[in-house]
Design a protein around this ligand. Sequence first.
Ligand code: NIG
Ligand code: FE
Length: 400
Amino acid sequence: MEHVLTNARIVSMQAGDIGYQPSEPLSIVIRDGKIAEITTNTFADHPQRTNCQGKLVTPGLIDCHTHLIYAGQRANEFEQRLNGVSYQTIAAQGGGIMSTVKATRQASQDQLTELALPRLDGLLRSGITSVEIKSGYGLTLDDEIKMLKAAKALETHRRVKITTTLLAAHAVPPEFAGKADSYVDFICQSIIPQVAEQQLASSVDVFCESVGFNLKQTEQVFQCAIAHGLAIKGHTEQLSNLGGSALTARYNGLSVDHIEYLDEAGVQALAQSTTVATLLPGAFYFLRETRKPPIEWLRHYQVPMAIATDINPGTSPFADLTLMMNMACTLFGLTPQEALRGVTTHAAQALGVAASRGQIAVGYDADLAFWSLNHPAELSYQVGIPSLQARMVDGELCHD
Ligand code: NIG
Ligand code: FE
């Protein structure tokens, strides 16, 4: 089936500054869900023609790090933190991730999908066409599988592409209290093999942190994931510098995420790999962190930077990717061009799909976002003023 979009001002996000400049009005020919041609032809007599009326067309945005599936909420902890209790202390007292684990274990798979829909709708309103979703609030074989299935089921409710990540190594569950090594063995002997066998996730993530898993445990999980044909990624250097980013880079992981405490040596390790540096300004903002990720070094060593919402109930309750672009600019000093790269080409790389998503180019998936804006800088500039007109996923227009 062929479909033509005419009169589109395209921000292709192909390599270089030129990919960021809106084109003159052009037509995009879409065949079988892929971009087949980009041309000045206006196709006056084409039977399947949509006039974009000069709207800005970008690649569909990609949110490459979320914890969209969870039950409960943690406004009480937000309040505690504002009364001076730290995130780490709340976690040590059994709150934090554990309180969400408790609520998530009690919910059914269908309830988890249902609870995630309004959050997903928020992301869709910010123009996303792909989203990564992690498990990590189940921490038993059955509950991790339940979360991954609940995440995948979202695709049957909304037009969006979902990539799932196993994050069983998010926290040590109460059943293994004081026995983190045994829990890591359990992840490697039971959870990863089952999840790989049932094809419920394409990658495995580890929270490598003093309140999470140490370097040795992280490496054990990575090696097991790779042996099962899964990609790896890490929550690294969020609260301290353990060297998790360099470890992830050594295994050519997809991405290292948070990275506020990453040092120059860590950035150099990333530069020697294909690993993307994913910035999560929502968590930085919400935890009122002061230590910023090393943007200058990342630029200097030309490490690709992605930006994601990290939406979760504890550290980033924000279902808006363009808000994250704004925060990456205002809090971390990214340029609006870097911010848009961070949610298109670089986010695609962070999901391992850079050859088919994240750009408007011939051969790429026809995943697009249509905006009533003049210039792509406006995506990072304003917040809360609806400008998304429509999304397209695999050539299918969605007016949600
Ligand atoms: O990405 N850092 C670890 N995991 C999440 C937070 C999870 C939670 O607090 O529920 C994050 O910030
Ligand atoms: Fe996260």
